[in-house]
Design a protein around this ligand. Structure first.
Ligand code: THU
Length: 140
């Protein structure tokens, strides 16, 4: 599984649009229904609005039917494991299976190890008293 994810992430990385940083990133993940999703970074002349590879991956996840991410790999331009940035850890967390695994440069880690005490829908529900998840396709 990790070899396939790394291969898919590397394919995505080759499609990256990174004319400013020249730092290409590709990400791939296995969904709990067996689907594979991927993404690459897409930069912009407005440097601050660059889209990380993980954003493309999560967009594909939602567009193709949603589900929970169970395994994730991210590679740099050399095809080596790349560490997801802090913002992307939160983006991934929202769609993570509770036991999600990530192939990090230092080895395989769980979502709770890469983002301890992560902020989730449950933290909002605790205060608002509302149901934890917003209705599918509905308004908050
Ligand atoms: N980048 C990602 O795509 N994902 C990460 O988690 C780390 C950073 C991209 C954003 C930018 O296009 C380039 O890498 C350099 O920061």
């Amino acid at each position: 599984m990790w070899a396939r994810l790394r291969e898919l992430a590397t394919e995505a990385m080759r499609r990256a649009y990174a004319p400013y940083s020249h730092f290409r990133v590709g990400a791939a993940a296995l969904v709990d229904d067996g689907r594979l999703v991927s993404g690459c970074n897409v930069e912009n002349a407005g440097y601050g609005v660059a889209l990380c590879a993980e954003c493309g991956l999560v967009s594909e996840l939602v567009r193709t039917g949603g589900g929970r991410l169970v395994a994730f790999a991210c590679v740099d331009g050399d095809g080596q494991p790349c560490s997801p940035c802090g913002r992307c850890r939160q983006v991934l967390s929202e769609h993570a299976h509770p036991d999600m695994l990530l192939a990090m440069p230092s080895g395989v880690m769980t979502i709770d190890q890469v983002l301890p005490d992560r902020f989730t829908q449950a933290d909002i529900a605790r205060v608002t008293g509302g149901p934890a998840p917003a209705p599918e396709g509905g308004r908050p």
